[in-house]
Structure formats: structure tokens, C-alpha cells
Design a protein around this ligand. Structure first.
Ligand code: FES
Ligand code: FES
Length: 219
């Protein structure tokens, strides 16, 4: 067994001397110049979140909530109002699962703040059917099997409803042959292009297009 205290030399002394020598070789400074770690600063207490009162008109009902003004419309539906039909897929505008209608136009509810929508008419998937009857687009998705897991479906249906209105009122798409036309017949290519913001990970696209085509032909 090695006696570390030989000649008054302890293991700690050897290690400290080695470290000081290494520091000198690397920096050319005496060990006493080595920067000392800053004293730990206790984390600041989080600032209290100021909420704002807000009334939102959703599915023909007024909802009043107190919200952190940074809350998205999607999180407001899901976390504050119990409207969980709109889904969160990506939370940054890439999948379309959160699509709802605001004043008849489709938007990604994950990309907009709730405080921006006081006074707007908002329709979520929960507001499309009447008490007695499904919306024709909902019925067509069922008839054509336009879903598998169903996660994207509320967004697909809201998006399709908004899209039919856009085509009927003369909004061209990237595949429209005559962008000056007043209305657009919805070919499969038009439907696919206009619905390209709604991703389906189950790839139920053929049946989604069939459902939308049925509704557009009836319209
Ligand atoms: S959750 Fe909004 S676009 Fe994906
Ligand atoms: S049905 Fe599963 S993601 Fe579209």
C-alpha cells in the first residue's frame, strides 16, 4: 500500500499542484489569476401574468373568459372553453388540424391570438351541425369514409366548408386556368390544391377529395 503522506506530501497537495501547473502552462498566468465561478444568483420570481377579460362569439354563443393575452385561439378553445374538436397537430401553421372559420373564412387557429377575435363570428367543428342534422360536409366525410384515425378530420371539414365558399366567390387557386373567372368548378386538381394546407397522416386523401367533390357537385 502506498503511503500518501510520505515526505509530508498528501494526495490533495499533489493534485492541487498539478492543476496549478497545468493552468500556468495553458495561460501563462499564476494560478491565483484563474477566474473564480460567479456566486449563484437565485432565480427571479416569475412575474404575475396579467389576464384580460374577453368575450368570444363561437358557434352562435357568447363565451366570456379571462385570458393571458398571449393565448392562441386554439388553446382558448381547448383549454378554457371545453371545445376540443379543433385539434393541435403542429401548433405552427403547418398541418391544418386546427382550422376553424372566422367570419366565414378558414384560418389556422394556432396562429392567431384569441384577443384579436372579439366581435368575430367563429365557427368550430362543434358548430357546423344543427341539433338534428349533420352539415353536408360532415355527412359526406362519413359516406365516403374520408378519415381513418380522425385526428385531422375537424380541420379538413372546416377547411373544406371555407374552401367551397372561396371557390364560389371567385378566389382562384394555383391550378386555376382562368384566374379572372367569377366562379370555379372544383376538379379534383382544384380540390387537392385548395386543400393542400390540410395534412392527413393516414393519407385518406382519395376519400377526402371524393367527399368534397360530392358536396361541391350537390351545391
Ligand atoms: S395545429 Fe395549427 S396548423 Fe397545425
Ligand atoms: S384521418 Fe388520420 S390524420 Fe387524417
Amino acid at each position: 500500500m502506498i503511503d500518501d503522506t510520505r515526505a509530508g506530501l498528501t494526495r490533495r497537495a499533489v493534485l492541487e499542484t498539478g492543476a496549478a501547473t497545468g493552468f500556468f502552462l495553458v495561460t501563462g498566468l499564476p494560478a491565483s489569476s484563474q477566474p473564480q465561478p460567479a456566486a449563484a444568483v437565485p432565480p427571479a420570481a416569475p412575474a404575475a401574468i396579467e389576464t384580460v377579460p374577453l368575450t368570444l362569439r363561437i358557434n352562435n354563443r357568447d363565451f366570456t373568459v379571462d385570458l393571458d393575452p398571449r393565448t392562441t385561439l386554439l388553446d382558448t378553445f381547448r383549454n378554457s372553453l371545453g371545445l376540443t374538436g379543433s385539434k393541435k397537430g403542429c401548433d405552427h401553421g403547418q398541418c391544418g388540424a386546427c382550422t376553424v372559420l372566422v367570419n366565414g373564412r378558414r384560418i389556422n387557429s394556432c396562429l392567431t391570438l384569441a384577443v384579436m377575435h372579439e366581435g368575430d363570428e367563429i365557427t368550430t367543428i362543434e358548430g357546423l351541425a344543427t341539433e338534428d342534422e349533420l352539415h353536408p360536409m360532415q355527412a359526406a366525410f362519413i359516406a365516403k369514409d374520408g378519415f381513418q384515425c380522425g385526428y385531422c378530420t375537424p380541420g379538413q371539414i372546416c377547411s373544406a366548408v371555407g374552401m367551397l365558399q372561396e371557390a364560389a366567390t371567385g378566389w382562384p387557386s394555383h391550378v386555376s386556368e382562368d384566374i379572372a373567372a367569377e366562379t370555379f368548378g372544383l376538379t379534383d386538381a382544384e380540390i387537392r390544391e385548395r386543400m393542400s394546407g390540410n395534412i392527413c397522416r393516414c393519407a385518406a386523401y382519395a376519400n377526402i377529395v371524393a367527399a368534397i367533390r360530392d358536396v361541391s357537385e350537390e351545391a
